[in-house]
Design a protein around this ligand. Structure first.
Ligand code: ZN
Length: 211
């Protein structure tokens, strides 16, 4: 338990310490509780991977992410702070919100990839006009046309099946790009995945109309 709470990473560098709000003793930025007086600490500015005690990498299973998330949520659960001061209750809630944010970001592959790209210094440029990939634009036109022309549930189903296959393939490619540190290619794959998600969503809405 203490391993999770204190995130021991070897020697704690001085710049990773901040004073405890209650006793002013030094606390590791990643610690949930003060090492001296044991009161809960406010959430610090951490990336979502560090927040959940995970290595910053793309290849994480949903089980790994979930396991750590629930472990931390249990530690800051309101029941554990029922007899504590108002300030401690507020801080435990703030910690719970921070763990939720981290979980919601990391559990979704596209959001996880975007966050990882930011951490690696290669954030995706903001805005909708970043799709400069001519192949992607061409495919987008064809897919949209096919979806417009699909007049039966089966036809839409076929588009969804094809789209899901392409999505899974691109996800595997994205994983390879991260493993090889090919960040430009990873950016392009993320854009494709985002586009594919939109198309799949539209196709599912369209399929629902046939039911
Ligand atoms: Zn303290």
């Amino acid at each position: 338990m203490s391993e999770i709470i204190h995130h021991p990473q070897g020697a704690i560098a001085a710049d990773q310490l901040s004073p405890c709000w209650s006793c002013k003793g030094p606390v590791d930025r990643r610690a949930l509780f003060c090492h001296t007086c044991s009161v809960i600490q406010p959430p610090q500015a951490l990336d979502h991977f560090s927040r959940l005690g995970l290595a910053p990498r793309f290849d994480l299973t949903s089980e790994e992410i979930e396991r750590n998330y629930f472990r931390f949520q249990r530690i800051v659960h309101p029941d554990r702070f029922a007899s504590k001061s108002a300030r401690e209750k507020v801080l435990s809630q703030a910690q719970a919100v921070a763990f939720n944010d981290a979980y919601e970001t990391l559990r979704h592959p596209v959001a996880r990839a975007l966050h990882l790209l930011e951490l690696l210094g290669a954030p995706l440029p903001k805005g909708e006009h970043t799709v400069k990939d001519p192949m992607l634009l061409m495919a987008a036109l064809q897919d949209r046309e096919a979806l417009d022309e699909a007049k039966t549930a089966e036809a839409v189903e076929a588009i969804i099946g094809k789209g899901q296959l392409a999505y899974d393939k691109t996800l595997a490619a994205l994983s390879d790009h991260f493993a090889r540190d090919e960040l430009k290619a990873a950016q392009a794959a993320v854009l494709r995945l985002r586009y594919m998600e939109k198309l799949l969503e539209e196709a599912r809405i369209r399929r629902a109309r046939f039911v």
